[in-house]
Ligand binder design. Structure first.
Ligand SMILES: NC(=O)c1ccc[n+]([C@@H]2O[C@H](COP(=O)([O-])OP(=O)(O)OC[C@H]3O[C@@H](n4cnc5c(N)ncnc54)[C@H](OP(=O)(O)O)[C@@H]3O)[C@@H](O)[C@H]2O)c1
Length: 249
């Protein structure tokens, strides 16, 4: 079955798309601007705004079919890599989008979603969210949106997983599952943040999102995720369990 990728034109979204291609998953991708992506062998592009229920319907259900998808069939899962347009301005576009996606999934009976927030949406050991404890002022609005999205997913009744990375960086290549610290590695934990790194590679985030898509143990969980550059860190690429190779949902 196909995967709906919402935010496919962004930095994380384009790397998730690359992962999906490698795994042979048919993708229905929502992008806001025409020309960002073109239809391909296993890719159907839907142009629209993620707050718009008609656009969400079109990405979740293939009205005219599409690569790897029969007419009228719905996707098996959703990956959401949306972000805020401008994090310096208070806005609710992002959380409005996540509410629209959840409502669309509920309308069409699509149960599985893996989405991105930030480490600020994890619980702080002293209570509240991590973003409420000394986070830089510039991240205030986006952190509030990430928390709203967590609360929307938690109340949704869906099989959700919410990725909670630290600062995202583009210059760390994706670590292979089981790769060693000398080669660079990624670590993730359910409901907590692995220690020892202050950054997360976009490529690691995209790979682990795809790895977790079919991982039932990740349902209803926030996932703290960090990357270690080659020659740093202390261990091998790990999760809370073994990061399995995933098949199409
Ligand atoms: N940067 C960091 O250090 C960091 C750290 C932790 C967490 N995060 C979070 O990680 C997530 C992914 O980050 P990223 O850097 O991959 O984001 P990004 O490159 O900005 O991509 C976000 C995508 O969402 C799309 N989008 C936004 N609003 C939309 C709407 N209403 N309808 C359709 N598409 C819409 C954007 O489309 P357009 O291209 O048309 O604008 C863009 O393609 C974000 O939620 C971010 O807050 C970031």
């Amino acid at each position: 079955m196909a995967v709906a990728l919402i935010g496919a034109g962004g930095r994380t979204g384009s790397l998730v798309l690359e992962q999906a291609r490698r795994r042979g998953w048919p993708v229905r991708a929502l992008v806001r601007s025409a020309g960002k992506l073109a239809d391909g062998d296993a890719l159907k592009v839907v142009v629209g705004d993620s707050r718009d229920s008609a656009a969400i319907d079109e990405v979740l259900v293939a009205p005219g079919g599409g690569p790897g998808t029969k007419v009228g069939t719905k996707v098996g899962a959703v990956i959401c890599t949306l972000g805020m347009h401008d994090i310096t301005v208070p806005a609710t576009d992002f959380s409005d989008s996540v509410r629209a996606i959840v409502a669309g999934m509920q309308r069409h009976g699509v149960r599985r979603i893996v989405a991105v927030a930030s480490a600020g949406a994890l619980d702080h050991p002293e209570g509240g969210y991590r973003s409420q404890h000394g986070q830089a002022e510039v991240y205030r609005h986006v952190a509030a949106e990430h928390v709203r999205n967590f609360e929307t997913l938690r109340a949704s009744g869906l099989d959700w997983t919410l990725m909670c990375p630290l600062t995202l960086v583009g210059d760390i290549p994706a670590s292979a599952a089981g790769s060693t610290a000398s080669a660079g590695s990624v670590q993730w934990l359910y409901e907590d943040l692995p220690a020892g790194s202050g950054e997360t590679g976009y490529a690691d985030l995209a790979r682990v999102m795809c790895d977790l898509l079919a991982e039932r143990a990740s349902y209803g969980k926030r996932v703290g995720i960090v990357s270690f550059r080659a020659g740093t860190g202390t261990g091998t690429s790990t999760g809370t369990g073994t990061s399995k190779k995933s098949s199409a949902p």
